[in-house]
Design a binder for this molecule. Structure first.
Ligand code: ZN
Length: 320
């Protein structure tokens, strides 16, 4: 057993308390490799933002659990070396079984999401409570989910939205003991969230109803990439074929971040930024074969994107 505190990581409890009262949200950025992690840490150190490093079960398989543990510890040391140690959380994104959650706690994660949202309500409660009871023994915080997001993200996929029922949230939070709750109010996974021309609106009215039921309780938004059209155009300009990718407008997310929403997950926008930068180099310099020459620009582009999100969408700058 490696406890996350030995790695210099923190759980989400204090971070969320401050984020709710301070009316901002903490970035939850997914990573699978070194360049992504470097970009996240550089961006958050430069903007003095706390950060949640997210790993999906797919990322865990891709990067290897042992590698991830040392990468997370490396991220903590790297931030110190850059001269401004920021609070860093290592979080499992969309854990789907008790055993996966337990294994992550035992290998240094400080925060766990158990996503029982595909199960009937009572089974979701039971599974979530089992994970909470285990995690709290080690002071690991837990995110549960009520309602189902549309879209595709690694192993998680659904055709349609099922909005979170405000009437359920108080009961769910009480019976499970979760530390935060992911809700479904119209954000969705992946880069193809809406069709072009479709009116994109997240249901801030449902969010307000949920907040009335559990005042001040930390809320999480998944699937909150904005799919910047400049990045989609860049990808397509350099040989990509991404048609009709549309995301959530940043000003709607900014409004959500001012409520009890205290964690916003952004993954697809990073994928787009990285892909656009790599495609550009490989198209403009077809003789290039040094990975640093395309992964380096990809890292720079990611860093700019992450800084932009912190300052203009989440409002978490200068909160570390
Ligand atoms: Zn998600």
């Amino acid at each position: 057993m490696i406890h996350y505190k030995e790695l210099g990581l923190v759980n989400t409890r204090e971070l969320f308390k401050k984020a709710v009262s301070g009316k901002y949200a903490i970035p939850a950025y997914n990573f699978n490799n070194m360049e992504q992690l470097q970009a996240i840490i550089q961006a958050c150190v430069e903007t003095k933002s706390p950060v949640i490093l997210q790993v999906s079960s797919g990322a865990r398989k891709y990067a290897n659990q042992t590698m991830l543990r040392y990468m997370a510890e490396g991220a903590v040391r790297y931030a110190e070396e850059l001269g401004y140690p920021i609070p860093i959380v290592l979080h499992l994104d969309h854990g789907d079984t008790f055993d996966l959650c337990k294994s992550c706690v035992e290998t240094g994660f400080s925060s766990i999401m158990i996503d029982g949202s595909s199960h009937p309500y009572d089974e979701n409660v039971k599974l979530t409570k089992q994970v909470v009871d285990f995690c709290h023994q080690y002071d690991v915080t837990v995110e549960g989910e009520l309602g189902v997001l549309a879209g595709v993200e690694d192993e998680v996929q659904s055709e349609v939205h099922t909005y979170t029922q405000p009437a359920d949230v108080e009961d769910f939070v009480k019976r499970t003991g979760v530390d935060s709750l992911a809700i479904s109010i119209g954000t969705s996974h992946g880069a193809y969230k809406f069709k072009p021309g479709q009116k994109v609106e997240i249901r801030l009215d449902i969010l307000a109803e949920i907040e009335d039921c559990i005042p001040g309780f930390p809320i999480v938004l998944h699937g909150s990439s904005s799919v910047p059209q400049s990045l989609v155009q860049e990808i397509n300009k350099y040989g990509g074929k991404m048609k009709d990718a549309v995301g959530i407008p940043e000003e709607q997310l900014r409004r959500a971040a001012e409520s009890a929403v205290c964690k916003i997950n952004i993954d697809s926008d990073g994928r787009l930024a990285m892909t656009a930068a790599i495609r550009k180099v490989l198209t403009e310099k077809p003789d290039e074969f040094d990975p640093r020459k395309y992964l380096g620009p990809a890292r720079d582009s990611l860093k700019e994107l992450y800084k932009h999100k912190v300052i203009h969408v989440l409002g978490s700058n200068d909160k570390a």
